[in-house]
Design a protein around this ligand. Structure first.
Ligand SMILES: NC(=O)c1ccc[n+]([C@@H]2O[C@H](COP(=O)([O-])OP(=O)(O)OC[C@H]3O[C@@H](n4cnc5c(N)ncnc54)[C@H](OP(=O)(O)O)[C@@H]3O)[C@@H](O)[C@H]2O)c1
Length: 161
């Protein structure tokens, strides 16, 4: 199972229900990595998308405890156990895609982490665990540094050793 996330220098990921900064190059990278695959997202993250609509070209699985929540074009799971049962061990092309609550619950299930690091610090109210401080993970690939609207960032892949 994979995680994909964009973090700032302090491993922050969001504020006021949205992302920290608009980086079209990172959104394109996210689309390329996840297209045709399955994304698992929390109900709050789904509602942060334009029109509250799912991501096109991907199987969107939404986590919510609300039994009557049925967003168009999405599959819904009501617990971590129900999700794992739905996937039935078929976890290769699954991307845990946020937000904070969902990322933290699936950290141990994931063996690959696609992390975009932004070289800026933003005010934030949501974060991701600092993978550089965790044992057992190694950076196995990194891109060149990207720059967009004066913001520098870089793509990394972390894998379990
Ligand atoms: N930087 C990034 O890469 C990135 C990516 C995605 C999101 N984000 C940001 O993260 C923030 C949202 O994160 P968040 O932590 O507030 O919300 P979230 O993780 O998107 O959604 C939380 C909701 O998911 C549902 N949920 C979570 N775990 C569940 C479980 N085990 N079983 C059933 N339902 C479960 C619950 O929905 P109900 O309340 O309906 O029960 C819960 O309230 C936003 O600012 C967003 O922009 C950042």
């Amino acid at each position: 199972m994979n995680t994909i996330v964009v973090v700032d220098e302090n491993w922050n990921i969001g504020r006021d229900g949205g992302l920290l900064v608009y980086l079209p190059g990172d959104l394109k990278y996210f689309k390329e990595r996840t297209y045709g695959k399955t994304v698992v997202i929390g109900r709050k993250t789904l509602e942060s998308f334009p029109g509250g609509k799912p991501l096109p070209g991907r199987r969107n699985i939404i986590l919510t405890k609300q039994k009557d929540y049925a967003p168009a074009g999405c599959m819904v799971c009501h617990s971590k156990e129900e999700l794992l049962q739905t996937l039935k061990g078929d976890t290769g092309d699954i991307f845990i895609s946020g937000g904070e609550q969902v990322y933290r619950q699936f950290l141990e299930e994931c063996d690959t982490f696609y992390v975009t690091k932004i070289y800026e610090a933003y005010p934030a109210d949501r974060s991701f665990p600092n993978l550089d401080k965790r044992d057992g993970l190694a950076i196995t690939w990194q891109s060149d540094i990207q720059e967009e609207n004066g913001v520098r960032y870089q793509f990394f892949k972390y894998e379990r050793k």
